[in-house]
Every structure is written in structure tokens, then in C-alpha cells.
Design a protein around this ligand. Structure first.
Ligand code: UD1
Ligand code: UDP
Length: 358
């Protein structure tokens, strides 16, 4: 079986690290990786391939920094050319980025089976580019690998029982990755010493979501709230280039600690030792849970609703008072993290096994 996997953005490299490692343990399965080029800075892309032993992509399409339409369109065109050459049995995509949708569309029109890892997630906010990407990708996928029960339920509610496709609850490949790298991080990361922060004495935050960065009012609220929090507990932010560019354009100099994006091993170390996580990232909300940290999500909705239902996470939107309230509620809240929400850490192998049975 030949799988052609599309990656392009940071969270997909992390998912690929788990899945591609699992693929290697199956005889008779070949994987060809295509990097669309969507993320391209060294510490947004190469660092993950180097640190996490992800196989080198056979193709890098170098498509980035374009509007949604231009980026997605050019990706479809170039992926189609690769599919003509490679003729895979299955095209596999992760998540909800423009690279995801482009890969799925290119393959489906060529009658190549599409596998969607992280299927069924919904924020129910159609203004998010990710919501559009994931709904369309789900609808044209042949194999929908769902990380959670909620994701399966979402698809059931949308009538997927009447659509010819396989909906499979596998657990979350990000959990596979977190388990694998947690031990390595403890041994090899020096990030806490480099930053001069002590365990459990800082808040780890990230901000990159378009609805927060591209709305001046929202970004101002978030920066202002984090400045206030920083006066109480040091706030450390590995900053996405999207957000850095916009803060620079606006001439805003936050009071909290901004660092360049870090590799996954340092990120795991930062998450595992934080007092609290505050973020608008999808992946980091779950990693907070994996490392038994409370999380404040600076968005109106989350796709990881089970975290909110179980009291591990609160959503605050980009409203300053709500962010401060979320911080106050979650800083010292004691939670029992023993509930199993994201599988057993074996999602990647389950996906390969399902594809082999197809
Ligand atoms: C994308 C995904 C988002 C995901 C995020 C993960 C879409 C629609 N969005 O958002 O779902 O959560 O990746 O991080 O696909 N940039 C750099 N260097 C880089 C990468 C990006 O400077 O290495 C700049 C780009 O030039 C652009 C901006 O950041 O100006 C946004 O990049 P883009 O890939 O369009 O979207 P993300 O915000 O990264
Ligand atoms: N991450 C990282 N370095 C950073 C910031 C994030 O390795 O400086 C990891 C994070 O641990 C998670 C993934 O990147 O595994 C999440 O990616 P991001 O927040 O960019 O995208 P999202 O998950 O929101 O789509």
C-alpha cells in the first residue's frame, strides 16, 4: 500500500512524527511525504523534521504567504501533478489547514481514496477558515479518523451514516506524539534554564488564530490581559510569526516574555512545567490536558469541547475581563486528570491497520 501524506503547517509535522513512525513498523506500507511549504521558517518547519525524525519530504511545493484562495488553488494544482507521478492508493491529510483541503480536493477529483486524520471536529463557527476546511475535507474523505467521541457524534448528527465512508474512532495521534516525546524533553531540553524560569512558576501562552491576530480590538484585549497577568505570574510566549508581524506593524511592545517559536521538545518541556496554559491553539489545549495542566482558551468556541465539559478548560473569547476571570478561576483549580479522552496513545497504528484492511 502506498500512502501519500500531505503536510504543510506546524501541527501537521507533529502529527506526522507519530504517524510516520508507526508506518515504518508495518511491512508492505510505503509513505511518500509532500510538504506544501505553507510553514517555512526554520523554527516553524525544519526543526521538527530534524528533532522528530520525520522522513524528509520527497516534494516541497514552497507555496506560502498567500491569500486563502491563492494558496489553496496553487496547492491543488501542484499536488495534482505529484499525484499523477506517484499514483498512491491513499492520500492522507491532517487537521484543517489550507494544505489539508487542497490535498483532499486534488485527490478526490482523481478518484484517489482520501484519509482524514482529525475528522469530525467542529467549532460551529463558519467564519473560521479552519471550519470551512475541515467540513469540506470530511465530506470528500473515504476514511474519517476521529480523535474523540464528540467528533464521531458531530458526523452522526450531520448524516454521515448515509454517506459511503468509514467513520472510525481512533484516539488522537497528538497523544501518541506527546507520550513519545515527554521523556526525551525531560532529559534533553534546557529551555527552562535558558529562560530563567522555575517549574510551576510561569504561564505558557500562544496566540496565532486569525480571528485574534487580524482583529485589532481582539489582539489589543489579549495583550492587555496578558500584561496584567504577567505582573502576577511571568507569562512566556513562543510567538507565531503571524502575530509577531502584526504586533510590529502596530508598534505594540508587550510586557510579557516573547521568544521565537520553539521545537516540539522544548514546547513539551514548557507545557509540562507550566503553572497554567493560555492559548488559542487547538493542539496546545490538548497538550495542556496530556500534561495535567489547566487551560484558558482565548476563543469563543473550542473543538475540544470535552475539555470544557470536564472542567479542564474555559473559553473566554478575546474579552479582557473574561480572560482575567478565566485566569483567576483556573490558576489554582485542582482537577483530576485521570479521565481518558484521547485514546491510548496508539491512534497512529490503528489508522494504518484500518487502511490495510480497506
Ligand atoms: C495556519 C492554519 C491554522 C493553524 C496554523 C498552525 C490555515 C488556514 N491556517 O495558520 O489553522 O492553526 O497554521 O500554526 O491553513 N509565516 C511566516 N513563517 C512561517 C509560517 C508563516 O512568516 O514559517 C507567516 C506567513 O507569511 C503569513 C502568516 O504567517 O503571513 C500566516 O501564515 P499561514 O500559513 O497563512 O497561516 P497560519 O496563521 O500559520
Ligand atoms: N508548538 C511548538 N512550538 C511552538 C508553539 C507550538 O512546537 O513554539 C506546537 C504545540 O506544542 C502543538 C502544535 O505546535 O503541538 C500546535 O500548533 P499551532 O498552535 O501552531 O496550531 P493549531 O494546533 O492551533 O492548529
Amino acid at each position: 500500500m502506498k500512502i501519500l501524506t500531505i503536510v504543510g503547517a506546524r501541527p501537521q509535522f507533529i502529527k506526522a512524527s507519530a504517524f510516520s513512525r508507526a508506518v515504518k513498523s508495518f511491512a508492505g506500507v510505503e509513505e511518500v511525504i509532500v510538504h506544501t511549504g505553507q510553514h517555512f521558517d526554520k523554527n516553524m518547519s525544519d526543526i521538527f523534521f530534524d528533532e522528530m525524525e520525520i522522513p524528509t519530504p520527497k516534494y516541497n511545493l514552497e507555496i506560502h504567504s498567500l491569500s486563502h484562495g491563492a494558496m489553496t488553488g496553487r496547492m491543488i494544482e501542484e499536488i495534482e501533478k505529484v499525484l499523477v507521478i506517484e499514483k498512491p492508493d491513499v492520500l492522507l491529510v491532517y487537521g484543517d489547514t489550507n494544505s489539508t483541503l487542497a490535498g483532499a480536493l486534488a485527490a478526490k477529483k482523481m478518484h484517489i481514496k482520501v484519509a482524514h486524520v482529525e475528522a469530525g471536529l467542529r467549532s460551529f463557527n463558519m467564519r473560521m477558515p479552519e471550519e470551512v476546511n475541515r467540513i469540506l475535507t470530511d465530506r470528500i474523505s473515504d476514511y474519517l479518523f476521529c480523535p474523540t467521541d464528540t467528533a464521531v457524534k458531530n458526523l452522526t448528527n450531520e448524516g454521515y451514516a448515509n454517506i459511503p465512508c468509514d467513520v472510525v474512532r481512533t484516539g488522537d495521534v497528538m497523544y501518541d506524539a506527546a507520550l513519545f516525546y515527554a521523556k526525551k524533553a525531560e532529559v534533553s531540553s534546557t529551555v527552562l534554564a535558558d529562560l530563567g524560569v522555575a517549574k510551576n512558576e510561569y504561564v505558557l501562552a500562544t496566540i496565532h488564530r486569525q480571528e485574534n491576530t487580524d482583529d485589532e480590538h481582539n489582539l489589543k484585549n489579549i495583550v492587555s490581559a496578558l500584561n496584567e497577568i504577567n505582573a502576577r505570574v511571568r507569562v512566556v510566549i513562543p510567538l507565531h510569526p503571524r502575530t509577531r508581524k502584526i504586533l510590529e506593524q502596530q508598534g505594540v511592545t508587550p510586557e510579557f516574555t516573547i521568544i521565537d517559536p520553539v521545537g516540539y521538545i522544548d514546547m513539551v518541556q514548557l507545557t509540562a512545567n507550566a503553572k497554567l496554559v493560555m492559548t488559542d491553539s487547538g493542539g496546545l489545549q490538548k497538550e495542556a490536558f496530556f500534561f495535567q495542566k489547566n487551560c484558558v482558551t482565548m476563543r469563543e468556541q473550542t473543538e475540544w469541547i470535552e475539555l470544557v465539559e470536564n472542567g479542564f478548560n474555559v473559553t473566554t473569547g478575546a474579552v479582557k475581563e473574561k480572560i482575567l476571570e478565566g485566569f483567576n478561576t483556573m490558576l489554582n483549580k485542582q482537577n483530576d486528570f485521570s479521565v481518558n479522552l484521547y485514546g491510548t496513545g496508539n491512534a497512529s497504528a490503528e489508522i494504518v491497520e484500518h487502511l490495510l484492511r480497506r
